[in-house]
Design a protein around this ligand. Structure first.
Ligand SMILES: *Cc1c(COP(=O)(O)O)cnc(C)c1O
Length: 447
């Protein structure tokens, strides 16, 4: 795909549309010469060289990769107009696209009814879900697992809602017995289940969390910011379908198209199963909502201005790679095979240990040392050496002595925490690159 060509085509199409409104004079002081722009742009691109190569399969660190070229072209085309999806007054076309893509996400999760919208991020999407949780149970708190994303505790504090962390089991999933006991005490109104934790990629048993919650009259919010699109692989590649199928019966779900949906940053989504929760968003805006009596997205979201371009980018991407097993699912399957492939190599390795079997595409591992202090020091050294030599760009995860002992009982717990190595294999290119990546990390251990 020739990105230059398609960016030019998009810009030309928007310029053609602009010309239909008749000529006018651009304000002179806003004009810059090609020479000025050329010089400034050179300075920008040289500064941008100070980045890790997120696009390359040797980058196997955080959940980062460039967007799909189609998303870039879609974003640019809409950005040249710069619609605001707050209201139909600000961008009728992209607001309609947003409703369409949100409908596709709802269908992906099997929601029978929904009310939802895109957000700037997973954090804001979760904030909205927890806000609705508080409005529905103003006198009860929110429970999430100790492995849940850190923003849940933080957003509970923002909302003034008591947040309670439930321990995790030996696989990093929410401990169901502990949850049951907590909910029996009657002080929790909503449980957050995380199918795909940010650290380990552990999949909370949404089905069992849901059964326990319903027994106690408690709501369930699903934080699938990272894991959500893996529902497309449910029942394949060793992915248990039950937690994914249960999302359809939960109360709300968050997914980040800017993680596994091939989008640039600025694209999260929140969906509620009961459209009646829209009443909690009721507000009056003296500035907007005047061109149409139809639903304006700002009427059902906490944010005001939002990039219509984000909806356009996701819409164009879904035309080509829809959120179906044969569309986007094929890319996630490659990531999943990469994780399974690498976990096989790690299991057979003499110098590296697999921390636990990967459930999605996050693989955690550590240098084969006998004490936590040695594991911690070697992991930190490999992280740094990998980045300075360019051999491999990894990330680290801090684990507790108890968590490590549950999985690897022989290790001497001479300190309370240790850093281990963590790789998110979120590019399909990782599948072919895994043997090379493994060899490089093994060499880093020995160096
Ligand atoms: C990334 C992530 C978030 C936060 O989303 P942002 O888009 O980074 O704000 C929340 N929950 C989980 C499980 C995540 O992986």
């Amino acid at each position: 795909m020739d990105l230059d060509h398609w960016l030019g085509t998009a810009a030309d199409a928007i310029a053609d549309w602009q010309r239909t409104f008749g000529p006018y004079d651009a304000y002179p002081s806003a004009q810059v010469s090609d020479e000025q722009l050329g010089t400034a742009l050179e300075a920008l691109t040289s500064r941008l060289a100070d980045n890790y190569p997120f696009f390359h399969p040797a980058y196997a660190g955080q959940m980062m990769k460039p967007p799909h070229p189609a998303a870039v072209v879609g974003y640019l085309a809409a950005m040249l107009i710069n619609p605001n999806n707050h209201a139909l007054d600000g961008g009728p076309a992209t607001a309609t696209m947003e409703k369409e893509v949100v409908g596709r996400l709802a269908a992906m999760f099997g929601l029978r009814t929904h009310l939802g919208h895109l957000t700037t991020s997973g954090t804001i999407a979760n904030l909205e879900a927890l806000y609705v949780a508080r409005e529905l149970h103003p006198d009860r708190g929110v429970a999430f697992s100790s492995e849940a994303h850190y923003t849940h505790a933080r957003m509970c504090a923002v909302l003034g809602v008591p947040g309670t962390a439930v321990g995790a089991d030996a696989t990093g999933r929410m401990d169901l017995d502990e949850l049951d006991e907590l909910l029996a005490r009657g002080r929790i109104g909503t449980v957050v289940a995380t199918p795909g934790t940010t650290g380990l990629g552990a999949v909370d048993r949404v089905d069992q969390v849901l059964a326990i919650a319903r027994r106690h009259g408690v709501r369930v919010h699903v934080d699938a910011a990272y894991g959500g699109f893996f529902t497309l692989l449910a029942g394949q590649h060793g992915i248990d379908p039950a937690p994914w199928r249960a999302i359809a019966d939960c109360d709300s779900v968050v997914v980040d198209p800017h993680k596994h949906g091939l989008q640039p940053y600025g694209c999260g989504a929140v969906l509620f199963a009961d459209p009646a929760v829209g009443r909690f968003y009721l507000h009056d805006s003296p500035y907007t909502y005047f061109t149409s009596g139809d639903l304006h997205l700002g009427e059902i979201s906490l944010e005001c201005s939002r990039a219509g371009a984000a909806a356009a980018a996701l819409w164009l991407t879904f035309q080509l790679l829809p959120p179906t097993p044969d569309g986007l699912g094929r890319l996630l399957a490659a990531s999943r095979r990469a994780a399974l492939g690498w976990s096989g190599l790690l299991t057979a390795s003499a110098s590296l240990e697999l921390y636990q079997p990967p459930e999605l595409d996050i693989v955690c591992y550590f240098p084969a040392e006998r004490a936590m202090s040695a594991i911690d020091a070697a992991s930190a050294r490999i992280l740094t050496d990998g980045m300075t030599t360019g051999a491999a760009y990894l990330s680290t995860l801090r684990v507790t002595a108890a968590a490590l002992a549950r999985r690897h009982p022989g290790i001497h717990a001479d300190q309370p925490h240790a850093r281990i190595l963590r790789s998110v294999l979120m590019k399909p290119e990782h599948e072919a690159f895994v043997p090379e990546l493994h060899a490089r990390v093994e060499r880093l251990v020995g160096s």
